[in-house]
Write a protein that binds this ligand. Structure first.
Ligand code: NAD
Ligand code: ZN
Length: 357
């Protein structure tokens, strides 16, 4: 049994961003305290930065989220930010990619070394710099989780810094910030919460707190995606809360089959996390029959297109690469199918599933 850390302090509600100065109070609000603001590149236009109390000696960077964060990219950013006055706070404003970037940067500023040194479990020795998350896209749970996922091209793996020190110190949860998200993206990322909870509840490992969070997050997802306009203001707040609960659930339990297959797509085709999960969930009838049907109903109700045909006719070596990048995720696969998961997920079975996508 381990001592569990959950995120303690947050501001929630439409318009919460206006209260942002309060989250720095007592931590980084002195006249000379330097704060680093990392915004998703979408916000390089539109004036969002002007709504924050940015001082002239603070640093603002726009994170290019065209591709998911890499260890090399994080190292380069930290090297650049380290020049100048000490940094008292790191603020991440964006979706999962930007929030993860802020978490990784904070850990490295507090501990030195390189991003790859801390990919794994409980390898971050000391707290990082005070960090605040401001999600602008809901679903990954990155705002609540104890990890920050990065691609490591040298080692050909995608892994986070799983550590209590990775958890944000404070959050600003303002559903107004997700109003500009394109519909498909809003659905794909929102579904990450649904899938986290389905996988967690469908697994063998049980944790009372995780189960309770998952149950509640699923209820909110159903309210949002099975009815009406998923992006109206009430629903944007519901997805924001569901994402937070789903991230808290997964921090105390495990995913199942969808994430390993999605990681396979991500390693071989660089498919982004959330759309990759949807591509996989679309064909999970055999393993999560009721939930796959429900997923189809939600895609139809929201009139969102899930890409298909991605893996239909590939050369053998690509199927081999997909198999290897999927089957390596032993913990979630064992959570879903038991320790002898390789008896179910034979090479041929895995290829059949990828072909169906
Ligand atoms: P993202 O951060 O990759 O952003 C997706 C797109 O949405 C980008 O083009 C971005 O510019 C745009 N966007 C973001 N906010 C917007 C807004 N308000 N208006 C318009 N456009 C906006 O997307 P994501 O799905 O939130 O995150 C995926 C990332 O999260 C992956 O890198 C994945 O590895 C990571 N992840 C982390 C965890 C965790 O626990 N740390 C869990 C799951 C996924
Ligand atoms: Zn996920």
């Amino acid at each position: 049994m381990r001592i569990t850390k959950t995120l303690g302090e947050y501001l929630l509600g439409a318009g919460a961003l206006a209260e942002f100065p309060r989250v720095l109070s007592g931590r980084a609000d002195g006249p000379t305290d330097r704060v680093v603001y990392l915004f998703d590149h979408f916000f390089s236009e539109g004036g969002l930065a002007a709504r924050l109390p940015i001082k002239k000696h603070d640093t603002v960077r726009y994170v290019d989220t065209t591709d998911e964060p890499t260890t090399e990219g994080i190292d380069a950013l930290v090297a650049e930010l380290s020049v100048g006055a000490p940094i008292r706070a790191v603020i991440g404003v964006g979706g999962g990619a930007t929030l993860d970037t802020a978490k990784a940067v904070s850990n490295l500023l507090g501990n030195g070394g390189r991003a790859a040194d801390y990919q794994g479990w409980d390898l971050v020795p000391r707290p990082g710099v005070f960090k605040v998350g401001v999600p602008t896209l809901s679903g990954t749970g990155a705002e609540a989780s104890r990890t920050c996922v990065m691609m490591n091209h040298e080692k050909n793996l995608k892994l986070g810094m799983n550590s209590d020190h990775t958890v944000f110190d404070r959050l600003v949860l303002d559903p107004d910030l997700t109003a500009s998200v394109p519909r498909d993206q809003f659905f794909y990322t929102g579904m990450d919460t649904y899938i986290h909870c389905v996988e967690s509840l469908g697994g063998r490992f049980r944790h009372g707190f995780a189960d309770a969070c998952s149950d509640q997050a699923l209820r909110l997802c159903r309210e949002v995606f099975e009815r009406g306009d998923m992006q109206n203001s009430e629903n944007r707040e519901r997805v924001m809360i569901a994402s937070f609960l789903g991230g808290s659930a997964i921090a105390n339990s495990y995913v199942g089959l969808v994430h390993p297959f999605s990681a396979g797509l991500s390693m071989v085709f660089h498919t982004h996390h959330c759309v990759g999960n949807c591509i996989v969930m679309n064909v999970m009838d055999e393993f999560y029959p009721r939930e796959t049907e429900e997923f189809h109903e939600m895609t139809e109700r929201q009139r969102v297109r899930i890409p298909t045909g991605l893996c239909r006719d590939l050369p053998d070596e690509e199927y081999r690469a997909l198999y290897d990048a999927t089957i390596i995720h032993a913990k979630p696969l064992a959570n879903a199918l038991g320790d002898d998961f390789k008896n179910v997920l034979t090479f041929d079975k895995v290829v059949e599933i990828f072909r169906a996508m």
